[in-house]
Structure formats: C-alpha cells, structure tokens
Ligand binder design. Structure first.
Ligand SMILES: Nc1ncnc2c1ncn2[C@@H]1O[C@H](COP(=O)(O)OP(=O)(O)OP(=O)(O)O)[C@@H](O)[C@H]1O
Ligand SMILES: [Mg+2]
Length: 230
C-alpha cells in the first residue's frame, strides 16, 4: 500500500509557562487503508501530535508529508485548502452548527471545496448520511439530535470530500458504551472499505479493534504494534 502520511523527526516545545518538550523525535508512516490508534496516558502529547498531523499547528521541527505533498513550511492558505480536500476530522465534541440541519452540516465542507455543484454536494451528503444510518434525520436541526446521532453526523461531514485520512481525537470519548460501540463499528466498516483512519483513543476496546496501535509516553512513541486477526 502507498504511504499516505509520513512524519519525520517531529519535535515540539511549549514555552509557557516554562520551556518544555512535548513531542520528542516522533517518526512513523501511515499506509493507505491503515486503521491506526494512538494511545497513551493523559498529557503524553497525543492531541498535540494530532494537531501537527492535521496541519492546524505549524510550530514544530521535523517534517510532515501527506498524499505525496510536503506540508511543512506551507502557507496557512495552502494548508486550509489541503485540509478541506484531504482531511476529515471527528473530535470528542462534534462542533456541528446547532441551527443547521444534519444535511446542511454535512454539506458545508463540500460546498467550501467547490469541486461539485450544490446539487451534487447534497446528493453526496445524503449518501454519506445513509452510509452511517442517519438518512432519516437529514432534515433535523443538529441541536435536536442525541449525542450519538450528532457524532455520526460529524463522521458523515468528515467523509463528504472523500478525505485521504480521517483523524479523530477521542471520537467516542463523550459517548456512552452503546453509542461508542456504534461509532467504532462505523469506523471499522469505513476502514474495511479502505478508508485511512488515525484515532487518538483512551478506549482499550477501540484500540484493540484497529489494525495498528502506536503507544506514546512522555512525548515519545514507546511501542508500535499490529493487531492481528481483525
Ligand atoms: N498550548 C499549550 N501550552 C503549554 N502546554 C501545553 C499546551 N497544550 C498542551 N500542553 C501540555 O502538553 C502536554 C501534552 O498535552 P496533550 O493535550 O497533547 O496531551 P494528551 O496526550 O492529548 O492528553 P489527554 O489524553 O488528556 O487528552 C501536557 O502536559 C499539556 O499540559
Ligand atoms: Mg488529548
């Protein structure tokens, strides 16, 4: 499988309140179709790493390349366009627009990309909602959906532009067991269909169901192993 993400020798410091190295020589590759979990104790640097990988934080040493494009040193405009086209995000708190319908929320990144007509974006959005079992709720305002339903809409939104990689930071962190399992199985199905996924998680069952687990401690990768028999 081709490499879709390569992180080379990432080092990052925070300077406030005192100089402190939060990421230490992080190097790894992700292949197309990988379903990868990043685990480790609270404060070890998982979210910080994900901010770097998602191009949201550009203050680091080292190099990040994604989909054959070097991202280190690019302008904010370039990175904003790249993110919209290549990355889908699913966070612990979904950040849907509450007044907008599920369908409108899913459509937004598609309209912003400007690659398809409004009509096509709507059709694609409906298709993504169908995929995650939320088609019946398309017209409902996001504020009137349950937490689990909102998280599924957030996944559909992350999928709208057929991203190279879906990145999640605790995508099940705010959900009860049943909804968390449901979100996990959506990720698992997407991964089986070839979607590349990187998810930070505290949930050992979630991590055990992925293809590969990277464990961090104190800003370093301490183990990286494949999960067999998925
Ligand atoms: N903007 C910041 N300025 C200074 N220190 C920060 C900043 N953001 C995070 N940190 C520190 O960097 C370390 C790593 O934080 P990070 O959020 O990456 O941890 P994490 O592994 O995601 O933890 P959790 O599992 O609790 O989400 C922590 O010690 C945190 O206090
Ligand atoms: Mg975190």
């Amino acid at each position: 499988m081709p490499t879709v993400l390569s992180a080379s020798h990432l080092n990052k410091f925070f300077y406030d309140p005192a100089k402190f190295q939060v990421l230490k020589d992080i190097t790894f590759d992700v292949q197309a179709g990988d379903f990868m979990a990043i685990v480790g104790k609270s404060g070890c640097g998982k979210s910080t790493l994900l901010y770097l990988l998602s191009t949201m934080d550009t203050e680091y040493d080292g190099e990040i390349e994604m989909a054959g494009t070097k991202l280190t040193g690019r302008s904010q405009d370039f990175l904003a366009r790249f993110r919209n086209e290549h990355l889908g995000f699913v966070f612990q708190f979904h950040f849907l627009l509450p007044e907008f319908s599920a369908l409108q929320n899913v459509m937004l990144p598609g309209l912003k990309l400007g690659k398809y007509s409004d009509k096509e974006v709507e059709e694609r959005a409906m298709e993504k909602l169908r995929l995650i079992g939320m088609a019946d709720f398309a017209r409902k305002p996001a504020s009137k959906l349950s937490g689990g339903q909102q998280q599924r809409v957030a996944i559909a939104r992350a999928l709208i532009n057929d991203p190279t990689i879906i990145m999640g930071d605790e995508p099940t962190g705010n959900l009860d067991r049943a909804n968390g399992d449901n979100v996990f199985s959506i990720f698992h199905d997407l991964a089986r269909k070839g979607q590349t996924i990187i998810a930070v998680t505290h949930d050992p069952d979630f991590a055990a169901g992925t293809d590969r687990v990277i464990e961090m401690s104190d800003g370093m990768i301490i183990t990286s192993h494949e999960n067999k028999g998925q």
